[in-house]
Design a protein around this ligand. Structure first.
Ligand SMILES: Cc1cc2nc3c(=O)[nH]c(=O)nc-3n(C[C@H](O)[C@H](O)[C@H](O)COP(=O)(O)OP(=O)(O)OC[C@H]3O[C@@H](n4cnc5c(N)ncnc54)[C@H](O)[C@@H]3O)c2cc1C
Length: 436
């Protein structure tokens, strides 16, 4: 057992940032850094994930957690990213796709009503203006009060049913920034004039893949791989790993999901635990289909296989394709996301059958022709949600703090945030709790 000090658990973006500024040891369960922000490569005829591009470049690049684009964020954090890796900047190209009619409406739908025709556009504007206002208790209330019946039925209700795995009618409103509401923009969009809005109008991505960012941050940290924390003894101030070893701590910086850390410590929190959704990410490498769009990603309100988002990595940058296809752009590198209620993980047979269904559906849409790679990843805690009036999050964080456990990052603090904000959180907690 190591000597007492402050330790960091989890070597994703948050833990790496904390490790880098503090010099403290980071304990990571996997054998690679970056958590869900890491790229990998697969040869078209290969079955193995490679963590570096092969020398001949003949491989698809994918992300473990589906497309991870770096948007927003504190300028100082963006400066840190730029100094760590070479990045390129991109302008968002995203849309809502209605597979039954083949219609693409640029994101956000409420600012592009002209695409839906005059009758729907004028009804939608009238309903946005006259929607009953009040204090929304649930995400469904918030959407209804913001967008009215027509847009709800057409897009917001079926999309959020899939995106939240049915929980949108119970959970508190949360990520409102993803559906910005501004009546003047909606009216302009009804006449076909609109400006791009929202949280990710432009974004950056490392030229050689997101794994280069995690890899370089890991090189500057003291990271220990293969150290899966199995339980935390808050009486003895010890963490135990699944391989039987352990470490003593004085203070623990934890980037692991709040739900899991409460379970690992066995501490009692007298509140109903908040909920989360898991996401099954399916990465597909295929011959490009005749009707494959140019968008970077699409929001899908109806799909037979129940996925809600399809992203096309190679539309963002052709470096996601095997080298021989980059000029012709005759292949496509795709991610498909489907949500599940927290922890309702399908069996491997169900995942196989789902994967076959997704491929069939994308072929029928004309997005792909022949799949070469179909590679799933299960993300157990992907989107964190809260019940209306929930006090569980605050109660859990303060219970852990009393035991010298500082939760940090998107999953640690049970909040919605991207990579740049996760790095920022890691920096400040690492600096505050690190070696003095
Ligand atoms: C589907 C999806 C799409 C997203 N898209 C974007 C995007 O486009 N842009 C963006 O900025 N953000 C995006 N995000 C958010 C982004 O992924 C997070 O902000 C970021 O990953 C948070 O980093 P983290 O280090 O806090 O968590 P994680 O990446 O989850 O890292 C936690 C680390 O802890 C390790 N770990 C877990 N359990 C244990 C254990 N018991 N013992 C030891 N180690 C353990 C894990 O292996 C992992 O390395 C997306 C998230 C999801 C789910």
């Amino acid at each position: 057992m190591g000597k007492e000090t402050a330790l960091i658990i989890g070597g994703g973006m948050t833990g790496l940032a904390a490790g880098l500024v503090s010099g403290l040891s980071v304990f990571e369960g996997e054998n690679v850094p970056g958590g869900i922000c890491s790229s990998y490569y697969m040869r078209p005829d290969g079955k193995k994930r490679l963590y570096e591009s092969p020398d001949d470049g003949e491989a698809y690049r994918f992300e473990i957690g589906g497309g991870h684009w770096i948007f927003g964020g504190d300028p100082a954090v963006l400066e840190f990213i730029r100094r760590t890796v070479e990045v390129k900047s991109y302008s968002r190209k995203s849309a809502v796709y209605f597979p039954k009619t083949g219609l693409f409406v640029p994101y956000p739908i409420q600012n592009n009503l002209a695409y839906l025709g005059k009758a729907v556009a004028s009804r939608a504007i009238e309903e946005i203006l006259s929607a009953p206002k009040g204090t929304p208790k649930t995400m469904a209330d918030w959407l209804e009060q913001s967008f009215g019946k027509t847009l709800m039925e057409l897009f917001f209700a079926p999309f959020h049913e899939l995106y939240t795995a049915g929980m949108w009618i119970e959970i508190a409103p949360q990520d409102a920034y993803k559906s910005p509401v501004k009546v003047s923009q909606a009216i302009r969009g009804a006449f076909g004039e609109t400006d791009p809005v929202g949280y990710n109008v432009t974004y950056i991505y490392p030229v050689e893949g997101l794994n280069t960012l995690a890899g370089r941050m890991a090189k500057r940290s003291n990271i220990n791989y293969g150290k899966l924390v199995s339980d935390i003894d808050t009486n003895k101030n010890e963490i135990h790993f699944s391989n039987g070893s352990g470490e003593k701590y004085e203070k623990l910086i934890s980037t692991l999901p709040l739900t899991k850390v409460i379970e690992m410590t066995g501490l009692e929190v007298d509140e109903r635990p908040d909920c989360y959704t898991s996401v099954l990410v399916l990465n597909i490498g295929a011959k490009r289909g005749p009707r494959c769009p140019d968008e970077h990603w699409l929001y899908i309100p109806q799909s037979d296989s129940k996925f809600h988002r399809v992203g096309i990595y190679s539309n963002v940058d052709v470096s996601f394709l095997p080298f021989s296809s980059r000029k012709e752009n005759d292949r496509v590198s795709i991610y498909v996301e489907r949500s599940f209620k927290g922890g309702e993980k399908p069996s491997s047979e169900q995942i196989e059958s789902y994967s076959r269904d997704v491929v069939k559906e994308l072929i029928s849409w004309g997005f792909i022709v022949e799949p070469e790679i179909v590679d799933p990843t299960w993300i157990e805690v992907a989107y964190t949600w809260s019940w209306g009036d929930s006090k569980w999050r605050e109660a859990s964080l303060s219970t852990l703090q009393e035991s010298n456990i500082f939760q940090v990052g998107r999953y640690g603090r049970w909040i919605f945030q991207g990579i740049a904000d996760s790095i920022k959180d890691g920096f400040y907690v690492g600096a505050a709790v690190g070696k003095s």
